[in-house]
Write a new protein. Structure first.
Length: 238
């Protein structure tokens, strides 16, 4: 077996709620990685649509008892044994070299954690432009010590995850941004331009480009001036 195809010491954790439609595509993209991962956990938050069956059919271990994304990620991390944790959203798709590129990036830059660039699964030029601008904004602000991530792709050394106490379960929206802010204080974090992963634009399709863009801006302004969003007053999820 070549070095590039050797199994990586990476445990994947995927929080899921009614993701039977999208989850098989993610698991397929994981199965075809040039650098296979060690294990995959799907943490199910009481889905009613066959998510568990889809997880098991895709070769993942399905864990019950999940809840909000941060809680589910922590629950999966407790079972993980890999040196690295890769938190993925169920509606993400990875290029075949994603894990290999990620490991190369953390080795080259001496990182303890990272997130990466993203594109939407849409051909609409406005949605693609919006995501490109957001991705570049995350890269620039992370360089300027205001770390950002996409919650759909978070790669972190397990020891660092444990050192910061995992996710803050009291945060209602953007818990991933708080998480990487704390990671960056305790270790070396970066938002990188590679790999580039594909994320679902389904919320934009459902609510519209401008509504979702305004929600993203509102979240950012709230975090900048008022702190993390801990109340139920900000309706990011329908």
């Amino acid at each position: 077996m070549s070095a590039s195809s050797a199994t990586a010491d990476v445990s994947v954790v995927i929080p899921a709620l009614n993701e039977a439609e999208y989850l098989p595509h993610l698991l397929e993209s994981l199965a075809t990685q040039t650098r296979p991962v060690r294990e995959v956990f799907v943490v199910d938050a009481d889905s009613r649509d066959g998510t568990r069956a889809a997880a098991e059919a895709g070769g993942a271990v399905c864990l019950a008892g999940g809840g909000r994304p941060g809680f589910s990620r922590d629950l999966g991390a407790e079972r993980a044994v890999g040196e690295w944790l890769l938190f993925l959203d169920a509606d993400l798709r990875l290029p075949p070299t994603a894990v290999e590129e990620t490991l190369a990036e953390v080795a080259r830059e001496g990182l303890d954690a990272m997130s990466c660039a993203f594109v939407p699964d849409s051909r609409g030029w406005l949605i693609r432009l919006q995501h490109r601008v957001s991705s570049e904004y995350f890269w620039i602000t992370s360089k300027l010590r205001w770390p950002h991530s996409i919650g759909g792709f978070l790669f972190v050394r397990r020891s660092l995850h444990e050192a910061v106490g995992g996710f803050d379960h009291g945060i209602q929206v953007a818990e991933d941004q708080d998480y990487v802010r704390r990671l960056a204080r305790a270790g070396r974090y970066a938002f990188t331009r590679r790999p580039v992963v594909e994320i679902a634009a389904r919320r934009f399709d459902a609510e519209g480009l401008w509504v979702m863009s305004l929600k993203w801006i509102g979240i950012e302004l709230h975090r900048l001036f008022l702190g993390e969003i801990r109340g139920g007053y900000f309706r990011y999820f329908k």
